[in-house]
Design a protein around this ligand. Structure first.
Ligand code: ZN
Length: 139
């Protein structure tokens, strides 16, 4: 399958580095959060507490923190562009559970994989049947 075009026109290097740094600083748990965009450009990220009982194996965004992030995003006139999480022990590829529990079909799925020692960020788009790889635009 060929890579899909990103719905975002811009995903800056600073944002990319921030997500990788956040994941690399928390190797004992999956990080998770939201990416806000304005006019097709990813502009902010909102780290959300992972409230899962087994946060190394999965993520579950803390509901109150998620609502607060959505409110802030709306106040800044941003829209939800992507949801990110990390795989502390794995590759940046969606797991079967990621696919099963995906509830935002319009948003990109960003995953930072830490298995290789260096954080690797990859983007995925829900097709209705599964995730297809997306190439993120550079600055
Ligand atoms: Zn995952």
């Amino acid at each position: 399958m060929s890579d899909l075009t990103s719905p975002l026109s811009c995903f800056g290097r600073a944002l990319r580095q921030a997500l990788c740094a956040e994941a690399a600083a928390q190797t004992e748990r999956e990080i998770c959060g939201l990416i806000g965009a304005r006019a097709g450009r990813a502009v902010s990220h909102y780290p959300i507490r992972n409230g899962a009982a087994d946060p190394r194996q999965r993520y579950a965004m803390d509901p109150a923190a998620q609502i607060a992030a959505f409110k802030l995003m709306r106040a800044r006139e941003e829209t939800l562009a992507a949801i990110y999480h990390s795989h502390p022990d794995g590759a940046p590829i969606p797991s079967p559970r990621d696919a099963r529990e995906w509830t935002y079909p319009e948003a990109l799925c960003l995953i930072v994989g830490l298995a290789g020692g260096t954080p690797e960020l990859r983007a995925w788009r829900w097709t209705g049947q599964g995730f297809a790889a997306v190439v993120l635009p550079d600055d």
